[in-house]
Design a protein around this ligand. Structure first.
Ligand code: ADP
Ligand code: MG
Length: 238
């Protein structure tokens, strides 16, 4: 039986600005199950980041409801890695633990082990500038993972990277999140990235965003070309 950990029901959201009201999200319904790799794809400005901010409690909403499993721990990783340039990779990865007063000996060991396991062992005492974009992204993910979230929210995490790096790191990050047995919601406007990483893709329409289509993807048997064409046509035809 699939274990539902998050349910977004009939969600609508308006932003108020001085001049006008913007209707951003219109009756969005999403179920998220444990170990899901859910992709949300949509045009720029369609409200993708807003959905993640609402899930993370950083933004409120106007209509509908959000039901979370008790004590659901959420990890949010932004588009830019925001590693502190003057802290070592280890210290960067400990920031969240320090803020949460959980920087115990065990957790420091766990962080080091994770850095080693995921190929950053020799950079533990290096600074972010010594790492490639992909490695920095991996460090940022580890910083989020050591807090042991149930669900990870990634907001266009690879958009600052070049195409080849993006392809490699997206596979890399997917494998790490799988290995750690987490649930993922990733927002992107990159169709290939969504197809590579997700078992389900939700396509949003232009604003006010509705759910335009949902694709279930069988990892062992996916027709990438077919999916690409379908999603492309969803994004380009209103
Ligand atoms: P996406 O992530 O899909 O590009 P966003 O969720 O960032 O879209 O934004 C959706 C729409 O809401 C855009 O038109 C954006 O300008 C508007 N918007 C986002 N945040 C705010 C805000 N804090 N106040 C007013 N309008 C906002
Ligand atoms: Mg955004």
């Amino acid at each position: 039986m699939m274990n539902k950990i998050l349910e977004i029901k009939n969600l609508s959201k308006f932003y108020q600005t001085n001049e006008k009201e913007i209707h951003v999200l219109d009756n969005i319904n999403i179920n998220v199950f444990q170990n899901d790799f859910l992709g949300i794809i949509g045009p720029s400005g369609s409200g993708k980041s807003t959905i993640l901010s609402i899930i993370a409690n950083l933004e409120d909403y106007d209509l509908g409801s959000i039901i979370k499993k008790d004590n659901l721990k959420i990890g949010y990783m932004l588009q830019k890695d925001y590693l502190m340039p003057y802290l070592t990779i280890l210290d960067n990865c400990l920031i969240g633990l320090k803020i949460n007063k959980k920087c115990t000996k065990e957790n420091i060991e766990k962080t080091k082990k994770m850095l080693i396991k995921y190929g950053l062992g020799k950079y533990i005492n290096s600074y972010p500038d010594d790492l490639s974009g992909g490695q920095r992204q991996r460090a940022a993910l580890i910083r989020t993972l050591v807090l042991d979230p149930d669900i990870l929210l990634l907001d266009e995490p690879f958009s600052a990277l070049d195409y080849q790096t993006r392809l490699n790191i997206s596979k890399d990050i997917k494998n790490i999140i799988k290995e750690e047995k987490k649930t993922l919601i990733i927002v992107t406007h990159d169709i290939n990235e969504a197809i590579n990483m997700c078992n389900r893709i939700i396509v949003l329409s232009n604003t006010p965003a509705k759910i335009k289509s949902i694709y279930k993807i069988d990892e062992d048997n996916k027709d990438e070309m077919y999916l690409y064409k379908k999603i492309w046509s969803d994004l380009t035809n209103d």
